[in-house]
Design a protein around this ligand. Sequence first.
Ligand code: TUI
Length: 317
Amino acid sequence: MSSSLHTSLCDLLGIEYPILQGGMAWVATAELAAAVSEAGGLGVIGAGNAPGEVVRQQIRKAKELTSKPFGVNAYYLSPFIDEVIKIVVEEKVSVVTTGAGNPGKHIAGLKEAGIKVIPVVSAVSLAKRLEKIGVDAVIAEGLECGGHTGELTTMALVPQVVDAVKVPVIAAGGIADGRQLAAAFCLGAQGAQLGTRFICATECKVHDNYKMAVIKAKDRDTTLTGPEGHYVRVIKNMLTRQFEALAKERAPQKEFEKLGTGRLRAAAIEGDDKMGSLMSGQVAAMVKKIQPAREIITEIVEETLQVFKEKQQYLRD
Ligand code: TUI
């Protein structure tokens, strides 16, 4: 590679390429995070609903595998969220990304510990509020993403967040290759977070059935499940058909919760591709093979550079 790709985000986080790996619960373990960081991106351990001590073990394992910066994603619907934050501070993790809630109450403590805080937002209002309390960057995540989704597409959300805040914006949702990373830069983002493509990294320890479901998925094979306002994007299977039946009969939220409990673990650990929750973004169809994290990053960087080089021919003096 003769030229390289460098933005302010690389300096902020001490990484080589402006690529973050999504902190996917049950999927983004220490091995994946360390591999992404070793390859020059920012690897992120997904804390999900895990107790603090389990997250500490994961952090220590990642430290054994890499001396480069990595992050932990704190999931704000976890019953263990306070202890996860305490452990992240004790372990002096470089970066915390947050999801599924407002991390406001923890920001001062994390900043005091010298930890970079990067929340996921799916709306402009939260991005502005969080910038005021001192976050280092924000991840603007569009509804193309896997797992919990907001209401706006990446194309609509990213430039609106870029216009509303001064901190760097990282685009997420619908990004799997260099064309999409280049598009994110065109929208004003300083980097991108990718989840789905990294599910199929060699170093990702998720069950092979999960990886194969992503690889086999076609363009319209993901869907949103869950009650209104709490949508989760997954690959269509028997579970999503049962969710659809609940939605049709306008079942109460607790019925959705009952059907959904333990399903992500079932998919990720046991490989249950029928009744498991195969969380994945709309770009699943673009993921065609299992390959090392380093290869994924190198390919995306080369494609992005190629896009910018090619498109220069559109310019006229
Ligand atoms: O967090 C995600 N996506 C996720 S988390 C997850 S874990 C899970 N495990 C088992 C069952 C279900 C889920 C799967 N996918 N994305 C980040 C994200 N955060 N997107 C949107 C938000 C968000 C939503 C509301 C951030 C803040 C927020 O705040 C509301 C408020 O208080 O203003």
